[in-house]
Design a protein around this ligand. Structure first.
Ligand SMILES: [Zn+2]
Length: 287
């Protein structure tokens, strides 16, 4: 059964660790992440971007696939199915389709419009028991064509959005989606500390978890980050393993062309990456 992310993040906050959000793209991603969570007795959040949701046929397909996989694989650890960077319309759609958690990203609106739209999504989500993530300020890099400048959020605006009753808050602290540039300045811990001071016990979300050094991740957790999003890193692991398989000519040997063989190394590589992140975030044995 899917659960909202509310309880698992409260526990993470108290226990000073973070729950990983791993984005899914298809059955291989879903199965790899669910199995790794179960094997490590870790809570997990499955992230779905609007683009990935569309790619997988739509949100109803995603809900059916994830629920079916959990039943067939006997997954008993807490799993939340969460819309990543949802638009106003997209957020409404997943609430109807049966997701257990939703991010409404109103960070590209002015603060007043962000507040109004976030309030409406909270109202609709709470009727069905979903947890809600909101975002303040722009986060750098690119995700599904949304470009940010690597901006840093205004702690006062963070406080305003947090007080609306969201379950978790994403705020830019110099993090970037995708690969980090060589001249990246690192996370802004002063702003992170200020945001947490103003938002009390609100679980904070760190987007763009791929390529942030381990020490910075641990420091961010110590300052109040309870959810860390990982997307690109699983894609890179899958790509590298698949490339190796094909370059070694294994797809040409015997039945190496069978998709169950062709996709197996990438599947195993995702599992390794997810396990490493769960260990780094401290969520192992916290289910
Ligand atoms: Zn993000």
């Amino acid at each position: 059964m899917l659960v909202s992310a509310s309880e698992m993040l409260k526990k993470a906050k108290e226990g000073k660790y973070a729950v990983g959000q791993f984005n899914i793209n298809n059955l291989e991603w879903t199965k790899a992440i669910l199995l790794t969570a179960q094997e490590n007795n870790s809570p997990v959040i499955l992230g779905v971007s609007e683009g990935a949701g569309k790619y997988m046929c739509g949100y109803h397909t995603v809900v059916g696939m994830v629920k079916g996989a959990m039943q067939d694989l006997n997954i008993t650890v807490p799993v939340a199915l969460h819309l990543d960077h949802g638009s106003y319309e997209g957020a409404k759609k997943v609430i109807e389709a049966g997701f257990s958690s939703v991010m409404f990203d109103g960070s590209h609106y002015g603060i007043e419009e962000n507040v109004e739209k976030t309030k409406e999504i909270i109202r609709l989500a709470k009727e069905k028991g979903l947890s809600v993530e909101a975002e303040v300020g722009s986060i750098g890099g690119e995700e599904d064509g949304v470009v940010g400048a690597g901006e840093v959020a205004d702690p006062a605006e963070c406080q305003r959005i947090a007080e609306l009753g969201v379950d978790m808050l994403a705020a830019g602290i110099g993090n970037i989606h995708g690969k980090y540039p060589a001249n990246w300045k690192g996370l802004n811990f002063d702003v992170l500390a200020e945001i947490q001071k103003r938002t009390g016990t609100m679980p904070l979300v760190l987007h763009g978890g791929t390529g942030i050094p381990a020490e910075m991740i641990q420091k961010a957790i110590s300052l109040g980050v309870s959810k860390i999003n990982v997307n690109t890193e699983c894609q890179l692991s899958f790509q590298e393993a698949t490339r190796k398989y094909i370059e070694a000519g294994k797809d040409l040997e015997g039945k190496g062309f069978d998709p169950r063989k062709l996709l197996a190394p990438g599947f195993e590589a995702i599992k390794v990456t997810v396990k490493e992140k769960m260990e780094l975030f401290g969520s192992v044995n916290k289910a």
